[in-house]
Design a protein around this ligand. Structure first.
Ligand SMILES: Cc1ncc(C[n+]2csc(CCOP(=O)(O)OP(=O)(O)O)c2C)c(N)n1
Ligand SMILES: [Mg+2]
Length: 574
C-alpha cells in the first residue's frame, strides 16, 4: 500500500508492521493497545500471550536472533512496559533488533499522576538504539517505519512509545515500504591494507564474532580462513560463528572457553577480528592464560564505527560488514598471490594437536557422579553428545550453564543464544521459546540453573497454551551456585542466601501441562534429552546434580580477603 489511504491510527500501526514482514509479537493483553490488538488476527499477526513481559521481550530477542528479523513485544502502559526493561537491556548488548511497542498513559492527562503513568522514554534511553515518541496519530506509520528500519540497520532494540489515545482517530496516511540499506565491505584502502598485513603475517588468526552470524558471513570467513590455513577462534558466547567440526575451528574464547583457541591466539602476529567488539569480559584471561596477544597487529571489522578500537588497541579498523570484508580481503589475497596457496599442513597439524590436547584436558576435568547426584561436567558432556546438530540452544547465567561454553559446539549459525554481556539470570528459557516460534522446524533447548528457573518457569504455561515445544534442561544443584562459588573463594565459604531447598520441578512442569522428567543418573541423560526433543511436547527435564562448582565467573572482581573496619564485623575479614 504505497498510496495515501484513509485509515485509523491502529490500522496504520498494524499495516506498517505487516508491511515490514511482522507476523509475530509477544506480550500480554492490555487495554492500552486493545484497539490495535483487535486487528492482529486479521492482519496475520500472532500475539503470543505470555506470563511476564520481561519474558515477552526475551522471546522477541530469541525470535529475532534465529530469524534475523524484527522481534516485536508489546505491553500495557506503565507496569507492563517497565517489566520489559531487563530484557531490552539484554537485547541491546546482544545487538538484537527487538521492537518494543510501549503504549503510554493518555496525552490529555499526562503529568497528572494518573493510573499506570510514568514517563516511559527516559527508562529505555540507554538501552535502545532508537526511541520515538509518537507525537500525533497522523505520524504513527512514519515513525513506526523509522523505528523498524533503524532496528535492523543499527542492530539493536528500538522503542515506539504511543500515548493510548493516539491509537484512535482517522487519518490520511501512506504505509511506507520497508527500506533496506546494503552493507559494504568497508573502505577499499583499508581492505588493501588488511590484505597486506595478512599476506605478510606468519601466524594469522581469525576471530569470528557475532557480526558474522548476524550478517550471514560465516561462509565468507571460512573461505578466507581456508585461504590462510589459519586457526579460527570464536568470540565469547558466539560458538556458532564458525562450524565446530571444521579443521581450522579452535573453539570459543572467554569464560570456560577452549584452551586450544587461547593458546593459538596468544601466538598470533596478526588477528583479524570479524564482527566482534572485543568486549572486555569476553577477552579476560581464563584458565590462568592471559591469551590476548598484545604485540599482534589487530585488524578489527565492525559495522559500527564506535566499536573500532574501543576496548583493544588495533592496528587497523574497518567499518564494514564482517562477511563482506572477509570476502573482499580474500579476493585481494588471491589476486596478489595468483591463486589459492597450498594448505599449510604444519599449521593445520598444530591446530589438530592443540585441539586434541584441550579435549583430553577437558575430559579429565570431569569428576565421577554419585548415585542420584550427577557431576555437572558429566551432565554437560552427555547433553552435548545427545544434542541434535540442528538444535538452537540457549544458556542462562549460572555456574553450570556458563560451563556449557566448554561443551557446546555448533555447525550452523543462529544456533547459540546466550544472555551475552547483560548476564541476566532468567534469560534462557524465554529466549528459547522465541527461537522455537521463529524456527518451529528446529529443536529448541534451554539450559537453566534451578535458581534462574524460578524466574522463568511460569512460561511453561505459555509453552503449553501456545503449543511451543521447548525442552528446558534444569540443572538442580540446590544452590545459587555461581554466587556460592564466590562465597567459597572470597568469603570463607559463608553461604549467605545461596542455598536452595527445591521442589520437584519436573512435577511442577507436569502440573502446568508439560512433560516433566527427573533424571538422577548420568547414563540416562542422553536418552532423556533425545526423547524430550522427539516428543514434540514442552518438557521440563530436571537433572539432579551434585554441588560441585567450576571456576568463579569473576575472579577479576574480588579482592582475596574482604576488608572489615567495624569491630562487630572484624571476624569476617578472613
Ligand atoms: C537477574 C539476575 N539476578 C542475579 C544475578 C546474579 N547471579 C549470577 S549467577 C547466579 C546464580 C545462578 O544460580 P542457578 O541458576 O541455580 O545456577 P548455578 O549457578 O547453580 O548453576 C546469580 C544469582 C544475575 N546474574 N541476574
Ligand atoms: Mg543452581
Amino acid at each position: 500500500m504505497s498510496r495515501t489511504t484513509r485509515l485509523t491510527a491502529s490500522e496504520a500501526l498494524v499495516e506498517t508492521l505487516v508491511a515490514h514482514g511482522v507476523n509475530t509479537a509477544f506480550g500480554i493483553a492490555g487495554s492500552a493497545y486493545m484497539d490495535a490488538m483487535d486487528l492482529f488476527p486479521l492482519a496475520g499477526i500472532r500475539l503470543v500471550s505470555v506470563t511476564h513481559e520481561q519474558n515477552a521481550a526475551h522471546m522477541a530477542d530469541g525470535y529475532s536472533r534465529v530469524t534475523n528479523r524484527h522481534g516485536v513485544c508489546i505491553a500495557q502502559n506503565g507496569p507492563g512496559v517497565t517489566n520489559f526493561v531487563t530484557a531490552i537491556a539484554a537485547a541491546y548488548w546482544a545487538h538484537s533488533p527487538v521492537v518494543a511497542i510501549t503504549p503510554e498513559a493518555g496525552s490529555t492527562t499526562a503529568g497528572l499522576g494518573g493510573f499506570q503513568e510514568t514517563d516511559q522514554m527516559p527508562i529505555f534511553s540507554k538501552i535502545t538504539r532508537y526511541q520515538v515518541h509518537v507525537n500525533s496519530p497522523a505520524r504513527i506509520a512514519e515513525l513506526t517505519h523509522r523505528a523498524l528500519t533503524i532496528a535492523l540497520d543499527e542492530r539493536g532494540p528500538v522503542q515506539i512509545n504511543i500515548p493510548r489515545d493516539y491509537f484512535y482517530g482517522e487519518l490520511e496516511t501512506t504505509i511506507p515500504s520497508p527500506q533496506t540499506t546494503e552493507r559494504s565491505a568497508g573502505g577499499s584502502e583499508s581492505l588493501d591494507r588488511a590484505a597486506e598485513l595478512l599476506a605478510s603475517a606468519r601466524r594469522p588468526v581469525v576471530l569470528a564474532g557475532g557480526g558474522l552470524v548476524m550478517g550471514d558471513g560465516v561462509d565468507a570467513a571460512r573461505r578466507l580462513a581456508e585461504h590462510l590455513s589459519c586457526p579460527v577462534v570464536t568470540s565469547y558466547l558466539h560458538n556458532d560463528a564458525f562450524p565446530a567440526s571444521h579443521e581450522l575451528a579452535c573453539g570459543p574464547l572467554g569464560y570456560q572457553g577452549s584452551k586450544a583457541a587461547m593458546r593459538l591466539i596468544a601466538k598470533a602476529d596478526v588477528v583479524l577480528a570479524l564482527g566482534s567488539r572485543l568486549g572486555p569480559f569476553g577477552t579476560l584471561p581464563q584458565h590462568g592464560i592471559d591469551y590476548w596477544p598484545t604485540t599482534a597487529e589487530v585488524i578489527q571489522v565492525d559495522a559500527d564505527t564506535r566499536m573500532l578500537g574501543l576496548v583493544k588497541p588495533i592496528a587497523l579498523g574497518i567499518c564494514g560488514d564482517a562477511g563482506r570484508a572477509a570476502e573482499a580481503i580474500r579476493v585481494r589475497l588471491v589476486e596478489a598471490s595468483g591463486g589459492a596457496p597450498a594448505r599449510d599442513e604444519h599449521r593445520i597439524a598444530e591446530i589438530a594437536s592443540e585441539k586434541a590436547a584441550w579435549s583430553a584436558e577437558l575430559a579429565a576435568l570431569t569428576t565421577p557422579s554419585q548415585p542420584g547426584r550427577i557431576s555437572p561436567r558429566a551432565a554437560l558432556a552427555e547433553l552435548a553428545k545427545a544434542m541434535p546438530t540442528d538444535a538452537m540452544v540457549s544458556t542462562d547465567i549460572g555456574n553450570v550453564c556458563s560451563t556449557a561454553n566448554a561443551y557446546l559446539a555448533f555447525e550452523q549459525p543462529r544456533s547459540f543464544l546466550a544472555a551475552m554481556s547483560w548476564g541476566n539470570c532468567g534469560y534462557a528459557f524465554p529466549a528459547a521459546i522465541g527461537a522455537k516460534v521463529g524456527r518451529p522446524d528446529r529443536p529448541a533447548v534451554a539450559y537453566v540453573g534451578e535458581g534462574a528457573w524460578g524466574m522463568s518457569l511460569a512460561e511453561t504455561m505459555t509453552c503449553v497454551r501456545e503449543q511451543i515445544p521447548v525442552v528446558a534442561v534444569v540443572f538442580d544443584n540446590q544452590q545459587w551456585g555461581a554466587e556460592k562459588r564466590n562465597q567459597l573463594d572470597f568469603f570463607d565459604g559463608r553461604a549467605v542466601a545461596t542455598n536452595l531447598d527445591n521442589p520437584d520441578f519436573a512435577a511442577i512442569g507436569r502440573a502446568m501441562g508439560a512433560d516433566g522428567i527427573l533424571v538422577e543418573e548420568v547414563d540416562q541423560i542422553g536418552t532423556a534429552l533425545r526423547s524430550a526433543v522427539a516428543s514434540g511436547r514442552p518438557t521440563v527435564l530436571t537433572l539432579r546434580l551434585n554441588q560441585e562448582l567450576a571456576e568463579p565467573f569473576r575472579r577479576d572482581a574480588f579482592k582475596p580477603k574482604p576488608t572489615r573496619l567495624l569491630d562487630k564485623y572484624r571476624s569476617l575479614s578472613g
